[in-house]
Design a protein around this ligand. Sequence first.
Ligand code: ANZ
Length: 803
Amino acid sequence: MYNHNEIEKKWQNYWEKNKSFKTTEKHNKKAYILDMFPYPSGAGLHVGHLEGYTATDIISRFKRLKGFDVLHPIGWDAFGLPAEQYAIKTGNHPAPFTVKNINNFRRQLKSLGFSYDYDKEVDTTDPKFYVWTQWIFKELYKQGLASIEEIDVNWCEGLGTVLANEEIIEKSGAKVSERGNFPVIKKPMKQWVLKITAYADKLLEGLDELDWPESLKLLQRNWIGKSTGHNVVWNVHNRNHKIVTFTTRLDTIFGVSALVISPEHPLVSQLTTSENKEAVEEYIKQTKCKNELERTQLSKEKTGVFLGTYVESPATHKLIPIWISDYVLMSYGTGAVMSVPAHDERDFEFAKKYNLPIVSVIENYGELPYTGDGAHINSDYANGLNNAEAAEAIYEKLAVNKLAEKKTSYKLRDWIFSRQRYWGEPFPILFDEDENIYLVKELVKLPEIDNIKPSGSTQGPLANVESWNNVIIDGEKYHHDTNVMPQWAGSSWYYLAYILKNPDGTYVPLNSEEAKKRFENWLPVDLYIGGQEHAVLHLLYARFWHRFLYDINVVTTKEPFSKLINQGLILGPDGQKMSKSLGNVINPDDLVESHGADSLRVYEMFMGPLTDSKAWNTDSLNGIRKWLDKIYNTFEYFINNNIDINVPQEELDSKINQLILDVEENIEKTKFNIAISKMMVFMNYLSPQKKIGSKLPLKQFAILLSPFAPHLAEELLSMLNEKPIEAQEWPFADISKIISENAKIGVQINGKVRGQLEIFPEWNEAQTIEAAKQVPSVAKWLEGKEIVKIIYREGKILNIIIK
Ligand code: ANZ
């Protein structure tokens, strides 16, 4: 048994002293291996973090051994709500609290032997860092991609702030904040908005070239939600108004039975007749109480009110009634739809309820609504055409009078970028007394305040700070923005900051030539590992900023992260998600103490495939610890006088060279559990040997083990009198030493075994039979004989019947 506490400390100190994981720039191959950086919470590191961090550590260590320059950094996403809430509760400033948490996280990461280059550490709350977050914001502003808008925002009273759509979830039909589950309502407010929608197409296209899980790409595609169709103009009968509808099914225009507009549509009151006014107003009031999900659910009973007015169909010239209904959202398309009950589920339900005509315009024989393709009927000049042809014919006809245009709609909304908080990046701007905006050239530092309190209004705590709201420059009065940026700001570019970070703590300016040179060298990130929960938040925002920085010639690649893997969840021993309230949280500090970091690392990688969710099992962790002891004891045994050059070791040589190939292949495929099980099989062979012929296989095994259990591997190398890992290379597999371990079968002639045949897995039946006939001891029996029949049972028997 080895003393893990002693050995692990010893090697951690060695690595730190020797800067063993310093980012190098001396080879012609590079690997940028990135973790999603953590929010340094007070609770410290979680065993769930370790899953992804161990995986990237294995790859980083492997790549260094393979002669790559490796950038493997870590940092802190350190602005955020928990620190702010702690500050409000305790009256303490969030900064020292954050520093304390960071120090704890760093201590924990070091105790696990992760090979980060700590000179590259970044902290989003460091003014040296966020001055560049502010710079990116100013560039966005200059390009017209950041503006203040009076918009309906998602206001969360519980958190006292506005939230982005991506930060809201639906819980039992109600909209709540993802963090804390507080209710969220719509409220008009002036907010910074980033025009991510201007990048919708670029963000869609960029996905094609990425080596990301297909499921994740699909989530992003759906979130962007591009649909191509037409806008159609409908003239209101006897009134000087027009309504524009967005449709993806222009071909169905001859089947329209109503024009349905959103209750929030700006024309509602003007299109309502006095008889209908009361009912319409009542309906609008009811709609305010419903959230989007409730409104758009298919199963939900459709409701609505007739406004009393009509439009003229541009296709049939007949009058069509105008209704409002809450299933039409103001936030999508034009906020108005042409309702075609025969070919749309929701329109069908609506028409049935209010007895609107249901006219089929596509030939079909099943039940309505029919949503498929087919020959058009009841459609005048479009009769006989299929869906696409009919849409085109109708478009051409209406376009002559400018009544239709091709239109693309997106589900993606612009990114609401103001948060009513203190602990975030201040906006680098000033307002004058007329609310004109001025960009501030230099850093705008978050003001130091002792006592962070909510402002009591819809503004953030900065509203309480006199010096913030009253700035005198050349006798003129200005004020800062009382909002700060959302936590997503720093994480949208932090992976670039690592590249810019110098060992003395400074950053190369993001817009400098030197920065560009470094980006050329290091980008894109070769492997990014993190949780699936960031699919449409962080990963979409970061792609947006990156693509913007590409467009303004700062970075040299269109996409930031070329390969991405989502690690699976580590569940509690009860198979449930770990949470304080369930009492099933496993603390890594305790396990490092009791079992050692190497056991914990190997155990987490051995639990199952990286991307699967896996339940914690302490017995298996004990098993891994025993395996590591077995390795240590085996090495100790051989080193103590049991290596003898006179002992032949062809079999051992064969096995170790095969193992080198297997471990390498499985690391590259991130199949770490399989790599470990191959090493286990090897150890099962090695440990019962009495003597071996050379120490080379031991040295090679220690190097193969090093990405997984780096402390033990270093110790084993030093026991062998070998140099530490940083001076080693990944072993070269000598294929000529590998003795084939293919299956052998007996070849029979008329039921009697006459020879042996080695079967290669790539052979088919005919090739196997051909090879069997060539085996010399078989061939001689076949000479001059006629083969009547060959019986082959795969992998078992081959019987040649002759006459
Ligand atoms: C007529 C029609 C006939 C439609 C038909 C569909 C089927 P996607 O694919 O998601 O983009 N629509 C348009 N704006 C809407 C809004 N603000 N709120 C609710 N629904 C809206 O969906 C586009 C379709 O959703 C549009 O095409 C429109 O209904 C509806 F047989 O127009 B369709």
